[in-house]
Design a protein around this ligand. Structure first.
Ligand code: KG4
Ligand code: ZN
Length: 356
């Protein structure tokens, strides 16, 4: 239950356009804390990446991620306050990603944020990770306002959403199986490229030709705006294994270019159809895969051809960070949504459109 004091601070926040919110993020392998003013202005955005720790395992090891969040988070929170030049007592709220993600990793952030908010007697806001990814665009473009369509492509999700208002997220379609980032990571792994695979596949794809047809995957946009990556991923893996079994050289750059083209082309067409159906004028990109230059270029060209604008955050705001969590919480708080208390728990899965 909330105390009278927290209730009063929460009410005051609704009428405070320049509210200072601290965000905390620990859903996967980045330990992050940030301070954001007015939902749009980043005062600090501290990210302690565990990539080097997980690299030697070829992917994120959940238990190792949780332990390293525990080690890093106190310093990351201190550093976020120091860089922002803000005292804890000046914050108006503490926001934390409570899902979706790795349950142990999320628990570290949720427990720390609960303890911190309790200690400094400030409201605690529970944030959905996917919604936070979309909010990264409010930081990148201070003039951005809904309505728009959003494409979220990360290691865990590939979703098309309609955003009619700051606090309305309507699922339109997305992957039926693997997330696009997951497919990038698996393709990288079979090619022996280091984790995280996406940036390495992108780097090599630039040097290759998209001249391999792995698999006759459907080229037309599906009526339910769904896409699928597990068939394509398996076809790439089989193609590489077959070449190795025959003792032939694997054309790594061409495999990367061909996979990227196949994976992105249908997603771009599906996104165009989503924008058209909702009669929106703008498409925003979010999530780690939104850092991919080929996806950005293809979407920008598709927007130009179809009369809508496309925007994407800089790469540091595409991948996991806490500034996006603080921004998302600000817009929730201004509408009186998302106030949480010490009963808040982490959730590994959150069905889209689901309540807290
Ligand atoms: O959003 P994010 O940092 O974490 C999740 O919420 O999953 O996304 C990480 C994913 C990884 O699968 C990574 O390989 C992918 O985003 N990624 C990329 C690129 N940069 C990161 N995929 C393709 N091209 C990139 N440049
Ligand atoms: Zn993410």
């Amino acid at each position: 239950m909330y105390t009278q004091e927290i209730q009063e601070k929460w009410q005051a926040l609704r009428h405070k356009p320049d509210a200072l919110v601290m965000g905390v993020e620990s859903s996967c392998d980045e330990t992050a804390a940030a301070v954001v003013r007015g939902g749009r202005e980043i005062l600090s955005n501290v990210i302690a990446s565990q990539i080097d720790i997980h690299k030697r395992f070829g992917g994120v090891v959940p238990e190792v991620a949780s332990r390293n969040h525990t080690l890093a988070l106190p310093n990351v929170i201190d550093e976020a306050l120091r860089v922002a030049d803000v005292q804890a007592s000046e914050l108006d709220a503490v926001a934390v990603t409570f899902g979706a993600g790795l349950i142990g990793a999320l628990l570290v952030g949720v427990s720390s944020a609960k303890a911190f908010a309790y200690a400094i007697k400030k409201p605690l806001v529970a944030v959905n990770h996917i919604e936070a990814h979309v909010a990264a665009n409010y930081l990148a473009d201070p003039a951005l306002q809904p309505p728009f369509t959003a494409l979220v492509a990360s290691g865990g999700h590939t979703l098309l959403l309609d955003i009619p208002d700051y606090n309305a997220y309507v699922g339109l379609g997305g992957t039926l199986d693997d997330a696009l980032g997951e497919a990038f990571d698996k393709v990288a792994r079979v090619l022996g490229l280091p984790y995280p695979g996406g940036p390495n596949v992108e780097r090599l794809a630039r040097q290759g030709k998209a001249n391999i047809a792995f698999y006759k995957h459907p080229k037309g946009v599906r009526n339910d705006l769904s896409v699928s990556y597990s068939g394509l991923k398996t076809a790439v893996v089989n193609h590489v294994h077959t070449l190795r079994q025959k003792g032939e050289k694997v054309p790594v750059a061409d495999v990367c270019a061909s996979f990227t083209a196949a994976a992105v082309d249908l997603l771009v067409k599906t996104a165009v159809e989503a924008v058209r159906r909702q009669c929106r004028q703008k498409l925003v990109l979010a999530g780690g895969v939104a850092a991919n230059g080929y996806l950005r270029d293809r979407l920008a060209a598709a927007g130009k051809a179809n009369g809508f604008t496309v925007q994407f955050p800089p790469p540091v705001l595409c991948t996991d960070n806490a500034a996006m969590v603080a921004s998302r919480a600000y817009f929730m708080a201004r509408a009186g949504l998302g106030l949480s208390d010490l009963s808040l728990n982490a959730r590994s899965h959150i069905p889209f459109g689901g309540d807290l």
